[in-house]
Design a binder for this molecule. Structure first.
Ligand code: G
Ligand code: MN
Length: 395
């Protein structure tokens, strides 16, 4: 089924070199790309070629970016959209919000000069190579990777891991990495974690997935030369926290390869972590008793619900990228960042801002007193060898 194997990326850009670069990168990933240089051509191709993904420049002579987004919304398009833009800041954020409010799916913002790595990552995130999660009736085939396929990938060990560096806000020093699961399927291409993690959760595969990742990551970290006091963060499912045998296996693995659990940060998402029944809190406590650090991941608006127990059990809060990315343009988002950082200081928790995509966001986090930061601007998720090289060059 050739149509399933490759995504169709439609690029709207008046700068030919940019459009061509995007096309080359997409084709290198095994996908088709076509580009339009004006709105009429774009909407024509949208209708006739039925792309599965869109990349659009919002600031072009003769094209009103907002009109374009309205046009897409009016057509109820659900393809992931990558916004590429020379301008940054408020206008683009406002456009993004407008798009989301109108039911469009924004996969990310690509800044100029174009960075191939950022585009690669965004295409992977947008599930290019995979079929969009909610295909429109008009566009693309309806197939998406099945749970069986994922099960097989987990069992065969064909999932891979990317490592995203994390930095201290004050000194800019590398402080560690977050391990991120990646799935490349031969026929669907790069499947986004936004797609396969929920799939794994729905089909009872999440524990196996988490464990496979951990089995790759911990020994990798153990072998890392000069790791000093770096940390390694892994995203665990709350189910794993509840599985005492799995926790014991993780602790045993750390012992075997001589990784101090204190260097291992287990990230649990806000939604799951705010369950505050005694059983769940007991499970978190067990992880802490083993010596692991616990980070509250994707933290956005749970502060009011976060009780005093969180102060005892978590060692770090990671502020969700949606909040961090909006902090410069939205007073509400900035207030959220400030209150989380204030809470972190008072409760003795470390704080990390995620989704730092430009220098000014980094400056803001530093000014507001965040401890750590992660994001495309600072470092993309990279393969193990490249991550190891980052450690060497940080010395
Ligand atoms: O939920 P969690 O924070 O673990 O999600 C991490 C995901 O966010 C990864 O898939 C990673 O590739 C992605 N990511 C990391 N940094 C950035 C960034 O600066 N911008 C965007 N849009 N995504 C990012
Ligand atoms: Mn995380």
């Amino acid at each position: 089924m050739a149509a399933t194997a490759s995504a169709r990326l439609l690029v709207l850009d008046d700068e030919r070199p940019v459009a061509e670069a995007i096309q080359i990168i997409a084709e290198a990933r095994g996908h088709q790309a076509r580009f339009a240089s004006d709105a009429a051509e774009f909407f024509e191709l949208l209708r006739d070629w039925a792309p599965t993904h869109l990349a659009i420049d919002l600031v072009m002579p003769g094209v009103d970016g907002m009109d374009l987004l309205s046009g897409l919304a009016a057509r109820h398009r659900t393809e992931p959209i990558i916004i590429s833009s020379t301008t940054s800041g408020k206008a683009v954020l406002a456009a993004q919000r407008f798009a989301r409010d109108n039911g469009l799916r924004i996969a990310g913002v690509l800044r100029r000069p174009l960075q191939a790595a950022a585009l690669h990552e965004m295409l992977a995130q947008a599930g290019v190579g995979a079929v969009p999660a909610a295909p429109t009736g008009l566009a693309g085939p309806a197939d998406s990777p099945s749970a069986d396929l994922l099960d097989l990938a987990i069992k065969r060990g064909s999932l891979s891991v990317a490592y995203q560096p994390k930095f201290a806000c004050d000194t800019g020093r590398l402080v560690g990495f977050e391990a991120l699961a990646r799935w490349h399927d031969p026929s669907f291409g790069q499947v986004s974690p936004a797609q396969f993690v929920p799939l794994a959760e729905r089909h009872g595969l999440i524990a196996a997935l988490t464990e496979r990742v951990v089995e790759v990551v911990i020994p990798w970290f153990a072998r890392l030369e000069d790791r000093g006091d770096l940390t390694i963060a892994v995203n665990i499912s709350p189910r794993m926290a509840g599985d005492s045998a799995a926790v014991d296996r993780l602790a045993e693995l750390c012992r075997r390869v001589h990784v101090d659990p204190d260097r291992v940060i287990l990230e649990i998402t806000e939604g799951a972590a705010l369950r505050d029944d005694a059983q769940f809190l007991g499970q978190l406590a067990r992880l802490r008793l083993h010596g692991f650090q616990l980070a509250l991941d994707d933290f956005a608006d749970g502060l009011v619900r976060l009780g005093s127990l969180a102060k005892l059990l978590f060692t770090e809060i990671k502020i969700d990228r949606s909040v961090v990315m909006a902090a410069q343009s939205s007073a509400g988002a900035r207030a959220t960042v400030e209150s989380v950082l204030g809470f972190g200081r008072r409760a003795g928790l470390r704080t990390t801002g995620e989704g730092v995509e430009d220098a000014s966001t980094m400056a803001l986090l530093r000014e507001l007193g965040a401890d750590f930061a992660q994001g495309y601007h600072l470092g993309m998720p990279v393969a193990a060898e490249d991550a190891a090289r980052l450690v060497t060059s940080a010395h």
